[in-house]
Write a protein that binds this ligand. Sequence first.
Ligand code: C5P
Length: 225
Amino acid sequence: MSSTQPIPVIAIDGPSASGKGTIAQHVAAALGFHYLDSGALYRAVALAALQAGANLENDLELSRIILTLSINFTGDRVAVGGHDVTEAIRDESVSNAASLVATYPKVRKALLARQRGLRQAPGLVAEGRDMGSVVFADAVLKIFLTASAEERAERRYKQLMGKGMNASMTTLLQDIRERDARDSARPVAPLQKCADAVLLDTTGVPVQAVVTQVLALYQKARQAP
Ligand code: C5P
């Protein structure tokens, strides 16, 4: 790669439990790229705010918390202030708080530089809601991954049960619908497919088939003039 070419980014956006994380991690591993789970950043902020007893409606207080927050990714582990929070940030209470704190422009802005800072050679696979639309608008490939709400609730259910955590399908489906509505309706960086993103519906499609498709799309995109 010549030094004038930007470090390639594959942006994978989509709603909660659409399989973004799994697909993005497989694609990153196949290409030897770095991986960014941007949702984990919002979750880490939400957890820190909940633990600090902060007012989740106060965007200024939240953005101050972010300024002093150290968030580190090591492999698939996430640490906040040196404490491993990998499991804690997946709790449903944190999921809901994350979706709320993510509605504030100040919070989003405070996390922008951290996300862009993870764009490192040889490349990055970044997943979230606004990777292709805002954070990495120049991504070489943009994917919008989706699946039916029922299938997504079922995936999350299996994921939580597999980790020995409690879950109810009815509550999960309701939470997913509420989060979808909130993520899509917010005025700043709403969840939406950008015009130049490829839509992939993964309902009933095995993980490996989706990964193969994304890798083929990437090879095609990088050859495009
Ligand atoms: O992807 P995940 O479900 O872990 O994200 C948690 C929450 O963080 C989402 O509900 C969404 O509101 C927010 N988020 C966001 N922008 C991103 C990633 C996540 O607003 N790029």
